[in-house]
Design a protein around this ligand. Structure first.
Ligand SMILES: C[S@@+](CC[C@H](N)C(=O)[O-])C[C@H]1O[C@@H](n2cnc3c(N)ncnc32)[C@H](O)[C@@H]1O
Ligand code: SF4
Length: 318
């Protein structure tokens, strides 16, 4: 049997041009830019036997990296699928034309069509500019798919129908949402919506749930569960490469302190093998609201939805 695959989250920078209220980015100690040497080493480690997808995101804004265009050129030559998550502020026609076809899916994070709501969530970003860039991306991208990540915050729900109407009326139909708001160690409790409520919102508005994007196949998920001593689906389905080139024990380790090794020294498979033997880290896992996101009944529901989605995709394709 082939060894299981995971998704990779690749952080080109942990620096950001925004200060979004829900984002733990401000807790990153010593924000950094990935060096060219680290980037090249990471790209050599990334391979289709271990990964089914690489998401360029991390805890920072990838488009602010001074080597953004060069990195995108390299991504375009790589056989593995790369997706990009951005706040959209720094997109322009030159960048979009360069991204087109090299990135599979580009997701722009967007909280609301209402300026007041947007500015209170996406602090430091320019609402008009981001809106215009969403429209420009929709017009410019021919091969790269455009999606929107809607912010899973209570304060965005009132304007959610209006936001969805605006996006759909402009031809943007891939609207996604995370079913969990990472609660930044309890800091977000007043704005926190339960996973159950978020799953209902996702269903009601027919959004695409981001939890589906980390499950490559049922066999991979089962193997991930079987091989890992610690059964934590969010940890085991992903490997995070920090802007310093370290493999993180878990992508929820915002401090970036619990690392397994560096891309220069260790392959992705060796890192996964080392992690399989590692148990929970109390300082990290005890307060994590992702750990219990998948109880047995959630696992069955997620697996059921995953199969239904696959069937739908298959029917659409045939
Ligand atoms: C951390 S950002 C990095 C990429 C880029 N700067 C952006 O904003 O899209 C990646 C995604 O995480 C989402 N995000 C940030 N804080 C979150 C939280 N507390 N819970 C759930 N998603 C969150 C953002 O909305 C964004 O879609
Ligand atoms: S733009 Fe992205 S990384 Fe920056 S603060 Fe907002 S969510 Fe966090």
């Amino acid at each position: 049997m082939k060894p299981y695959k995971v998704a990779a989250n690749m952080e080109w920078t942990s620096k950001c041009n925004a200060r979004c209220v829900m984002c733990p980015q401000g807790s990153v100690e010593n924000p950094k830019l990935m060096t060219r040497e680290t980037f090249d080493a990471a790209m050599k480690r990334i391979n289709a036997d271990d990964l089914f997808r690489v998401v360029i995101a991390g805890y920072g804004e990838p488009t602010t990296h001074p080597l953004f265009m060069d990195f995108i050129t390299e991504v375009g030559k790589h056989p593995v699928r790369f997706d990009l998550v951005t706040n959209g502020q720094e997109l322009d026609e030159e960048r979009l034309l360069h991204i087109d076809g090299k990135i599979d899916l580009m997701i722009i994070s967007f909280s609301s069509i209402d300026p007041k709501t947007y500015e209170s969530v996406h602090v430091n970003l320019d609402h008009e500019r981001v809106k215009n860039n969403i429209l420009l991306a929709q017009k410019t991208l021919k091969k790269t798919q455009l999606g929107i990540s809607l912010t899973p915050l209570a304060k965005c729900l009132d304007t959610l129908p209006m936001t969805i109407r605006w996006l759909k009326s402009n031809g943007i139909h891939l609207l996604t949402m995370s079913p969990t708001l990472y609660d930044r160690g309890g800091e977000m409790t007043d704005q926190k919506l339960s996973t159950e409520r978020l799953r209902k919102t996702i269903e009601e508005f027919e959004l695409h749930s981001q939890e589906m994007d980390f499950i490559p196949s049922l066999s991979d998920s089962l193997q991930q569960m079987w091989k890992n001593k610690f059964i934590c689906m969010p940890r085991n389905s992903d490997i995070f490469i920090t802007s310093s080139g370290e493999y993180l024990y878990c992508y929820n380790d915002i401090s970036h302190k619990n690392t397994i090794g560096h891309v220069i020294e260790l392959s992705i498979r060796d890192t996964l093998t080392l992690r399989e033997k590692m148990g929970p880290i109390d300082s990290l896992c005890k307060s994590c609201n992702m750990l219990n996101r998948y109880g047995p009944s959630e696992l069955i529901k997620v697996a059921g939805k995953h199969l239904a989605n696959k069937r739908k995709q298959h029917t659409c394709a045939s």
